[in-house]
Design a protein around this ligand. Structure first.
Ligand code: SF4
Length: 702
């Protein structure tokens, strides 16, 4: 038997740093499974994440098989390498696997016809289907022979006749442990390079059937588990390796973490690893949509290292029915948010827009309901039209809901390889029967206000104060949004730019987009964040880096008027209290994006023990924390942040593009000063509040 050379690639774009930081777990699993059947030297498998490494390997020696992942964020990049491989050696068999692929034969055939340098596309779970491809190549004399009949679990166009060959799907694994761990077997060792984030999977499948998501297909409806022993061995292996290179984060690929009873054991294991190896310091999971008690219990163990995501998608019952998500109980979400908020745990809620029959009113009402659950942050994503869902593959469905779609570059997903610019592009919905393009843009502006006021952390004090006066978050946000026309000109300029770019990032076709950005001058605009990218992120950095003081003054002025109207009997008290809160907030943001000023501590005197007030779990009146004498607070960055930021200012520069890069790259750094009691101060608090105050000088509350 001859030795087969196989290259497997799960590529990331690199035009502006690493765009997709997850370990290539998918190709690791495929390689581990294949090696189980060919344990000796029959297979020479190499794995790739970075385009430059794959290019070098291809130029050195072409493989018998090149297998590439196919997602919206790397599809065109992968195709470039399929074409390169074919050019270097037409006998190389090229394979795609991944979710950016239609589920119906008609569209699958079209997909393959559009990509003549792609030979085979795997459908559904990849490990067994790829093994079939290996077996076929092993037993064939030529590429033509390999591609002369159908391959189980894949589709292809016959090399001889051009006929579309579609075999039956391969049933899913019953026992996921059939696939050896690519981590524990050392296959992924080379990716512990300090740049990538370990990605793990403890369960596969999803019991829900959301129609905008390809995991909602019934093929995936049963949830299969890797065994406890498998998970323990794999996570322990990762912990040791990650500790060596200082990687702190881990992402779980599971669709509903916390919903399965076993997940509590995984959470206990993670806590054990944190204690032993100081890893993971932070964790991303997609939490279960039902089973409220269990999700709360499991996530409690992980404390602040876990930012819990609650993907509600819409708060409108009719819309949830349209997207086949009505089995998910909104009540559970609300209870989870309340409980986590009480525990002081970070959490965020996500919605998608525009879903079928969502109106502007129902969308804004949904966002408002989420704001009022007191969830820590609220995000809204633009609906992506994904293959494997009717949104991309069913014309009648798209017509029925009147969808208007546009194309935009997936943020950071561009590269230049061999002087050729390559872009990966997403198709998004920007209007429907029930929501116009104008409303789409307005909804984004509303989201921008939420992002700046509610999500950014700048106004955490104000949020608490508003609640103490029994004003709803949604009323507060709506009021700030309604007064955009009255903002100062420098703030309006940022809002206008946000509004313009929300539209100018959209293109009528992928071809038009590629033509435009392929011009060197326009490509450079992507690199500089002048165009494309994450429009909301860029404008947030712009506001907080350049206009933070004006923005804080604006928000406080609007809020003061609102609160005085709401509580006229307390107007003068509110004015005094708000003055202190504003002074505090200004000190946290003043000069934070200036290399000269951010290191300078700021001291202020306050008449309230704001630190203790913020720390209290209950929402108490600020007035109860009035001090006998002014309390001196120092606002400064911790030494660790100063080091990282000083380096980043030098590395990226201080123009807007540099600052955006800096915020993006310095994950874990909070770009605002922290408050602590000045070293010479002792506490002088009138003992009316019922919260713990057993801390001394230097204590930091934020
Ligand atoms: S719950 Fe999440 S993973 Fe499952 S079908 Fe819905 S969107 Fe997809």
């Amino acid at each position: 038997m001859r030795q087969l050379k196989i290259y497997l690639a799960d590529l990331t774009h690199v035009g502006n740093g690493i765009a997709t930081e997850g370990f290539p777990l998918n190709i690791g699993l495929i390689a581990a499974y294949a090696k189980k059947f060919y344990p000796n030297d029959e297979l020479d498998i190499q794995l790739f994440k970075y385009p430059q490494d794959l290019k070098q390997a291809l130029l050195k020696e072409t493989p018998d098989i090149l297998g590439c992942s196919n997602y919206t964020w790397n599809s065109n990049l992968s195709y470039y390498f399929c074409s390169l491989a074919k050019k270097l050696n037409p006998e190389t068999l090229t394979v795609y696997g991944g979710t950016n692929y239609p589920f119906d034969s008609k569209n699958q055939k079209l997909f393959l016809e559009k990509r003549p340098d792609l030979d085979v596309h795997i459908f559904y779970e990849g490990e067994q289907a790829f093994l079939k491809i290996i077996e076929r190549v092993m037993t064939s004399k030529s590429l033509k022979e390999s591609l002369s009949s159908a391959l189980p679990g894949s589709q292809l166009l016959s090399k001889a006749t051009g006929e579309f060959l579609n075999a039956l799907a391969i049933p899913r694994f019953r026992e996921l442990d059939s696939v050896p761990s690519p981590y524990s077997s050392g296959l992924l060792d080379k990716f512990f390079d300090g740049k990538l984030t370990p990605l793990v999977e403890t369960a596969r499948g999803c019991p829900f059937s959301c129609n905008y998501c390809n995991a909602g297909d019934k093929y995936f409806s049963k949830v299969n588990l890797f065994s406890d022993e498998y998970v323990r061995e794999e996570l322990t292996y990762i912990a040791k390796k990650a500790a060596e290179v200082g990687a702190g984060h881990v992402t779980f690929a599971d669709n509903n973490f916390g919903m399965i009873p076993r997940d509590s054991k995984t959470a206990e294991l993670l806590v054990e690893l944190q204690q032993k190896y100081k890893w993971p310091s932070s964790i991303t999971v997609w939490t279960g949509k039902n089973s409220r008690e269990r999700v709360i219990d499991v996530t409690r163990l992980l404390g602040d290292s876990l930012s819990i995501s609650m993907s509600v998608q819409s708060m409108d019952r009719a819309v949830l029915k349209n997207i086949k998500r009505d089995t998910i109980r909104l009540e559970d979400y609300k209870k989870i948010a309340e409980e986590l908020n009480f525990q002081g745990r970070p959490q965020h809620a996500e919605v998608i827009m525009p879903l079928p029959e969502e109106t502007m009113a129902s969308h804004i009402s949904g966002l408002n309901q989420l704001l009022d659950t007191t969830v820590s942050r609220v995000f809204s994503h633009t609906l992506q039209m994904l293959h494997g869902t009717p949104y991309k593959d069913d014309e009648d469905f798209v017509k029925k809901h009147g969808y208007i779609t546009k194309y935009r570059v997936v943020p950071l997903d561009f590269s230049i390889i061999d002087d050729l610019p390559i872009f990966d592009v997403e198709q998004v919905a920007v209007a429907s029967n029930t929501l116009s393009l104008k409303e789409y843009v307005e909804a984004r502006k509303y989201l921008f206000v939420i992002d700046l006021c509610y999500n950014s952390g700048v106004f955490d004090l104000l949020k608490k104060y508003i609640r103490s006066l029994e004003v709803k978050n949604s009323e507060w946000i709506e009021n700030i949004y309604n007064l955009i026309h009255a903002y100062p000109e420098n703030i309006k300029l940022i809002f206008n730019s946000f509004e313009n770019e929300s539209q100018s990032e959209l293109w009528d076709s992928e071809e038009e987009l590629v033509r435009f950005y392929s011009e060197p001058i326009n490509y450079q605009k992507l690199v500089n964040y002048e165009m494309g990218g994450n429009v909301l992120f860029k404008h947030r950095v712009w506001m907080l880096a350049r206009e933070s003081l004006a923005w804080v003054h604006t928000v406080f002025a609007i809020t003061l008027e609102q609160l005085k109207q709401k509580r006229p009997e307390r107007a003068s008290e509110i004015e005094i209290e708000m003055r202190s809160l504003k002074e505090y907030t200004l000190a946290t943001v003043n000069g934070c994006f200036s290399p000269e000023n951010f290191v300078k501590p700021i001291e202020i005197d306050l008449s309230y023990d704001v630190l203790t007030w913020m720390k209290s779990k209950e929402v108490l009146a600020l007035n109860d924390f009035k001090t006998n004498e002014p309390q001196k607070l120092t606002f400064a960055f911790p030494d660790s942040s100063i080091r990282v930021m000083s380096d980043a200012f030098t590395r990226y520069g201080t123009d807007l593009a540099g600052l955006v890069k800096m915020v993006q790259r310095c994950a874990g750094v909070s770009f605002s000063r922290r408050a602590s009691l000045s070293a010479t101060e002792s506490l002088r608090v009138i003992p009316t509040a019922t919260v713990e105050r057993s801390y001394g000088p230097g204590y930091s509350a934020m």
